[in-house]
Design a protein around this ligand. Sequence first.
Ligand code: ADP
Length: 329
Amino acid sequence: MDNSKIRKIGVLTSGGDAPGMNAAIRSVVRSCIFNNIIPVGIYRGYKGLVRKNFVTMQSHSVSKIIQLGGTILKSSRLPEFATDKLLRKMAIDNLREDLIDALVVIGGDGSFRGANLLSEEFGYPIVGIPGTIDNDIYGTDYTIGFDTAINTAMEAIDKIRDTADSHNHLFFVEVMGRDAGFIATYTAIATGAEATVIPEVHTSIESICTYMQTERRKNKTSGIVIVSEGSELGSAVEIAAKVNEILPDYKTRVTTLGHIQRGGSPSTRDRVLASLLGNYAVNALRDGKSGVMVGIKGGQVSYTPFKEACSRHNPIDANMLEIAKILSI
Ligand code: ADP
């Protein structure tokens, strides 16, 4: 495909917000300006496309946002976008009316499904940037927001450990991740958690209880079990209740970290990743690529078709789970 006549690029953030999205917007805007392309911000994701909520951006429009969590372009969810082709046509008509030649979509797998439809149905040039704390996108080693989220979770769990130690508590801490256990696995290693429950690995309540009952663990002054949302055993609240039925002597407590994992100033890693991917996305459109997500694999830029990026996620390294276990004996 030849996108060489691209003069205007739209950029939007969609779906779950993630720290580092602003750094990505900044990079897209400034990389456009560097390439003599006019950047146009689209507010509230696909809703803004349909409602034509567009604003031309300048270099100063993205000043002092690299350190901010959330997204200055706001995000939204528009479920009808998946089912209503007329809405999608309106979106493309709006873009064409304003002479916007191509689009950068910053979001997760749902957003890429939308982008895939737009690019397949209307032949419209679109490149995606993976922005989600869950790290559940195939085609990139890391997604924007993951590093900040695991640091936030780690700090919170360190604090929980202090109080757990003082009272001999067994804490079940639920972290985010949707159907992926990346946040749980990384924070489990980083906080020395006693056990981890993730969607990718079959676990039973009995095995958690047996594990907590070994001599060494029984002598510990506290215990932390990290539970990833989406686990087959249910939420941390449900798992704690079931464990307590088998081990009534344990003083169990539950904390669900929730949306604090989505907020906050992005880490250095997320700012750098977002800055690189924003630039790669603009260059990809300029060079005629479309229907792909830009990512970084093994230190190299990679391009993954939307369909592939949202059909699966990278497997959790089994080694990491084993090491987490070994180090908590
Ligand atoms: P994320 O991008 O973080 O995974 P969502 O799954 O909520 O977040 O998707 C964001 C938006 O993308 C949805 O509100 C919807 O507008 C659009 N979308 C999601 N799935 C599809 C689909 N199958 N087809 C078209 N658009 C979709």
